[in-house]
Write a protein that binds this ligand. Structure first.
Ligand code: GLY
Length: 591
């Protein structure tokens, strides 16, 4: 089933296909993959950014971007390309997203001239209670004790999302979009360096599920190496079923029964039921937009905290001259860091699934509220302490709220696509942690999204907004974003990275919009962000030089790896520019 192929040669080969125009017939043949040697460094450098007159697709893995590009070349639109890309990501980047997870999609419909969002977030099973992640004494479980096994698995949303938006907008036949991923799953793909290193880090937990162990480890229980040819016949069979019968084949029947059995019979069992799967619904929601320097930054509202927290950060720094200060000034980063700390304080207190708990959604972005909070940044030093503010509530009475504490960990993936008709997709897709719950069924991993809830449900009797409740969607940090100028999209982006996603997107926007960096440089610029008390600086970058200055201003500073995975496309009068984060394996392909 597997053979080792030496990474440099084979990984480069996968990339050579990217530049080859494909017609409709070739789209179906895509995964046959004629491979010709090419130096990996040449190809990789060429594909990190691209320009195009007609369309652009960016994704976290070359084979996935290639599947999206093939759909576009075959006459498909951005939604078709997204479906093909996501199905391939579920195979070649299985640790980050897939059928067993959820996603948020922000979509510009060029024909209707409307911006909308689709919420395919996982839901808590109806048998879940606020004590799901507490021990018998009511104390929060250790994080990994909650993650691994069935307890953390929410009802997946991605299969229904793909079908919902494809039915509404797609142009290429549903089943055809499955062919590249089916062929690749049957023919095999080469384990990428990133996947190999993540498997190596997770051998201990992957061992705990028989299917995951058999797939990601070799016969001796060792992690698969980069370059290993990996086939996934179980995923191919799942895809064939979905291609033929649609998402109902996931939410009912044999596959649904396998999912429920896997969750309930796991070592750390969960409470997911067939009814949860049957009742799952994608929700279309209005985008949340905030004004920033004559642009509208639009994205995903609750249950994501993405657009609200990003909008707050930008709103808080807007009165200050970031452009004049520039990226080398500790003062710029003081403003960004303390704006982020203020926004995260509001996030912890107020943001959750607003279908379940009332939220001051409009108040959090109100100009007078942000203006007042921005005055807190007028000093010279780091704020000594940061607390949530008092935004006005959308309904009559403010509700008492305690600060939550949810730890979303860095995994996830970003797909950004613009098609020839001007449609724009910005989609962030996830199974939460790397390898999710580590439970594998039907050739894909099940999410651990429920650990994005606060493990505590209250503090001193005051409820936490993001507590577990049956049917509720856990709060997310995912921030798929489309930037609008005069009612038209000019930029689309997003990133993986857990709660650091918000800072990655904020940095990219500020670097591009305020500091005038080209898109690829803005993405590559060192990550510096703050969530709670400390300023986090990306290790091994020039930004480490900011540390003494920031410490001098009174910040706690942490230097750490920060593996963002921003994928972005800008839309200008001259055409499209796509860029993929150099920290991961993503590429941009345009024509
Ligand atoms: N699980 C990642 C997020 O939703 O933010």
């Amino acid at each position: 089933m597997r053979r080792s192929l030496g990474f440099g040669f084979s990984w480069a080969l996968a990339l050579t296909l990217l530049a080859t125009p494909l017609g409709e017939a070739a789209f179906a043949q895509q995964a046959a993959d004629t491979q010709a040697p090419e130096a990996p460094s040449q190809v990789a450098a060429a594909q990190k950014s691209a320009t195009g007159k007609h369309w652009m697709v960016t994704a976290a893995n070359p084979l996935a971007a290639q599947a999206g590009a093939a759909a576009l070349r075959a006459g498909g639109n951005a939604i078709d390309a997204m479906v093909a890309t996501q199905l391939m990501l579920g195979l070649v980047e299985p640790q980050s997203s897939g059928l067993g997870g959820g996603a948020f999609l922000v979509f510009w419909d060029a024909q209707a001239k409307t911006l909308t969002t689709f919420d395919a977030r996982e839901t808590a099973p109806r048998a879940a209670t606020p004590t799901l992640f507490q021990d018998e004494k009511g104390q929060p479980l250790a994080f990994m004790d909650a993650v691994v096994g069935g307890r953390s698995v929410g009802t997946p949303g991605t299969p229904r999302l793909l079908e919902t938006v494809h039915r509404r907008y797609g142009k290429i036949a549903w089943a055809q979009l499955f062919r590249p991923a089916i062929r690749r799953a049957e023919g095999g793909f080469e384990v990428s360096p990133r996947l190999a290193s993540l498997i190596a880090e997770d051998v201990g937990t992957l061992t705990r599920n028989a299917a995951a162990r058999a797939y990601f480890l070799d016969a001796d229980g060792a992690a698969l190496k980069a370059g290993t040819l990996l086939k996934n016949p179980a995923y191919a069979a799942t895809l064939r079923r979905l291609a033929q019968y649609g998402a109902d084949a996931f939410y009912g029947g044999e596959l649904a029964a396998d999912i429920v059995r896997t969750v309930r019979e796991a070592q750390n069992p969960g409470v997911l039921s067939l009814g949860d799967l049957r009742e799952y619904r994608v929700k279309e929601r209005a985008p949340v937009c905030s004004a920033y320097r004559r642009l509208d930054i639009c994205g995903m509202g609750p249950p994501s905290s993405g657009a609200l927290t990003l909008g707050q950060i930008l709103g808080l720094v807007e009165p200050y001259d970031l452009k004049g200060l520039g990226p080398a000034s500790p003062e710029s980063w003081r403003l960004i860091a303390d704006a982020s700390r203020l926004a995260f304080a509001d996030r912890e207190r107020y943001m959750a699934d607003s279908d379940y708990v009332p939220m001051p959604t409009k108040g959090l972005l109100a100009k007078d509220y942000l203006g007042q909070r921005a005055k807190l940044l007028a000093g010279d030093d780091a704020l000594p302490g940061v607390a949530a503010g008092n935004p006005s509530w959308d309904h009559a009475m403010a509700e008492p709220r305690a600060d939550g504490a949810a730890l979303d960990v860095p995994s996830t993936t970003q797909i950004t696509i613009v098609d020839g008709e001007g449609n724009v997709v910005s989609m962030t897709s996830t199974i939460e942690a790397g390898f999710g719950s580590r439970l594998m069924v039907g050739g894909f991993l099940l999410n651990n999204e429920l650990t994005d809830f606060s493990f505590r449900s209250q503090r001193d009797g005051v409820p936490i907004a993001n507590r577990v409740e049956p049917g509720k969607r856990p709060r997310s940090s995912m921030a798929p974003t489309i930037v609008m100028k005069d009612g038209k999209p000019v930029l689309a982006l997003g990133s993986p990275g857990g709660s650091q996603i918000i800072g990655y997107v904020a940095k990219t926007l500020i670097a591009h919009l305020d500091w005038g960096m080209p898109l690829d440089e803005a993405i590559a610029a060192p990550n510096v962000l703050a969530r709670f008390s400390a300023v986090e600086i990306e290790a091994g970058t020039k930004a480490e030089e900011l540390a003494p200055g920031l410490k001098g201003l009174g910040f706690e500073v942490k230097i750490m790896p920060m593996t963002s995975g921003v994928q972005a496309v800008s839309i200008g009068p001259e055409g499209l520019t796509g860029a993929a984060d150099p920290r991961r394996e993503g590429v941009a392909i345009g024509e």
